[in-house]
Design a protein around this ligand. Sequence first.
Ligand code: C2O
Ligand code: CU
Ligand code: CU
Length: 498
Amino acid sequence: MAMSRRTFFRGTLLATAALAAAATGTACSTSSQTKPLGSDEKARPLRIPPLYEGELDGNVRRFELTAQESEFEIVPGMMTKTWGFNGPYQGPTLYMRRGEEIDMTVHNELPEPTVVHWHGLHLPATADGGPALMFNPGESWSPSWTVDQPAATCWYHPHPHEKSAVHAYRGLAGGIVLDDDDSAFPGLPNDYGVDDIPVIITDANFTEDGQLDEDNGWVGSTVMVNGMTKPRFEATTRRVRLRVLNGATMRFHHLSLGKPFHVVATDQGFLDAPVEVDGVLLSSGERVEIVADLEPGKDLMLRSDGLPDLGGMPDKETAEMFGFTDKFDLLEIAAPAEDAPEVPELADSLVPFEVPDADSVEIEREFRLNGVEINGKTMDMTRVDFTVDHKGPEIWHVTNDNDDMAHNFHIHDARFAVIGVENGELEFTTGWHDTITVPPLATVSLLVQMGYYPDPSLAYMYHCHMLNHEDSGMMGQFVIVEPGQEADLDLPAGPGGH
Ligand code: C2O
Ligand code: CU
Ligand code: CU
């Protein structure tokens, strides 16, 4: 942190140039592979992360996660050193229900301090897993909280100070299925691993000796689903629900299936009704639940087919730097057999989308994204950017001041509705989100509802979820307090401290 702002920013630009080179295959000659690995291989059965339901004791659900070093065959025939939770790479899918108390223990068996954030969950700051809560190798951390939000697909990943990207890149990420009593909709698949399938999209570059390239891997040319290349899912049913998570460090994906499909849920849960689309954009950190009908004899391919209109970038070259023009086959879905039973109609109404009237909201805030700064500042763990001392919603206007840089925006402990997009286009804005694309020069206005757990001593974050923008400082902190109270940060003496 002794780096001057100037060197710091130049470093960022260099990193951008390197990633541009990696993304377009024009790298001058690094040892890193730039052509997708695994794509010539025969498809392998999709790996489904185990569903981990913890241990239920009355109303308390207990989980134990161990972050550990290992190795894994991400690409066939090649062992890669990886990190994982309770396994060699990535982590189990955690299952939780609304109303339950969660009693979580995370053990750190890594060689570095880390912390785990429950992305999309509304919980006390002591459980949120921000950088102030980092803990050392050999130590454990035991947060607890009550699940108090509707069913949704969320995820967990490390959030250590300036190292979230590399910890996630090495494999620390897993899904969370939040369930409730109101979402067993007619015709909606919900048999985990059978017709309700997690699809975690990540990417990497590999060095010649098959290791994750950490110097040149932020827009990886090899794309993985659930930690493997070239997966094939053999459907046994005529309808599947895909819980898609864009777990990439930097990449955005515009997903298609070669035929229209339904979006039933966004980051923070169900839409009021299924929406039929031809494609949907997911920036890094976002989730979407897709329902696709299958016909015997007709296999489908989930593809990333390049961002429409270059994602708002001024020209093709700039779009290429961020991988916005790249196309990938992500997941082959093999059609079910002729005798697969017919499925009932998909419900045409899901969860009512009740957004408070924007005119009744008094507090508005402005966030300007520029380079790796938000409102002219980079992250400082000792600084509180603002304090929220009330329970009601707020309106946040988020502007991307760059015409040639992609950004998105994520808020911890919150959900938001998109109530306006100016100066740019977003194809799909309905539903509750916690992460959203902010196209070049656009302003996206959000009606934000935060979980209200006043605690003056610990902050929540908001940030660009392109993880190396975040690690370069594109993040700020807010503190939630009782009316009239002031923030008083309890700064860590541990590895996250200054
Ligand atoms: Cu998914 Cu602050 O993170
Ligand atoms: Cu988060
Ligand atoms: Cu960004």
